[in-house]
Design a protein around this ligand. Structure first.
Ligand code: HEM
Length: 139
């Protein structure tokens, strides 16, 4: 099932308009935690044993940031019908939920020292980031 209706994908505007400036700042702050975390785990994933506590701390921060972001309600571009805007929000939350699942998988892999599982979840994280931004920006 497509994340967003095809006619909405053809909308011309790429701007995301959050409900308020405050929401916008909070979303940006959460994304900035995710960005730093993403880099931080990349740097440390070569040794899950030595870096275990640092990784768990980073991942815990990413988990909270994802939950904060999930609670935001960025609007789709101007001109969407109420229904399409609601669908946009559902797609946004679904991507956030997928992100959370992978962050939890990364935590589990770290606890278990499972490098293969960590790498798989890390790769998936990158794809979800891409898909999430595509939903938010190209809608
Ligand atoms: C590891 C995963 C992710 C990373 C590292 C990441 C990183 C970022 C960064 C660096 C920004 C720019 C923030 C700014 O303007 O100051 C951003 C913006 C944004 N991201 Fe993410 N992101 C991730 C996942 C997601 C997901 C899954 C979604 C949607 C479900 C999402 C939705 C957004 C939105 C709505 C914005 C703000 C609006 C925009 O600039 O278009 N992000 N993200």
């Amino acid at each position: 099932m497509p994340l967003v209706p095809a006619h909405a994908l053809r909308a011309e505007s790429s701007a995301v308009q959050p409900t308020s400036a405050q929401d916008d700042t909070a979303l940006q702050e959460a994304m900035s935690v995710l960005q730093k975390g993403h880099r931080g785990i990349k740097k440390r994933m070569g040794d899950l044993v030595v870096n275990q506590s640092a990784l768990l701390e980073i991942l815990s921060g990413m988990e909270s940031a994802t939950l904060r972001a999930m609670g935001k309600t960025p609007y789709g571009p101007e001109g969407l019908s109420e229904k399409d805007n609601a669908l946009f929000l559902v797609a946004y939350r679904q991507e956030m939920a997928k992100l959370l699942v992978q962050i939890l998988a990364l935590q589990q892999a770290t606890w278990q020292g499972d490098a293969q599982a960590f790498e798989a979840a890390y790769t998936e994280l990158g794809s979800i980031k891409k898909a999430g931004h595509a939903v938010s920006r190209d809608f």
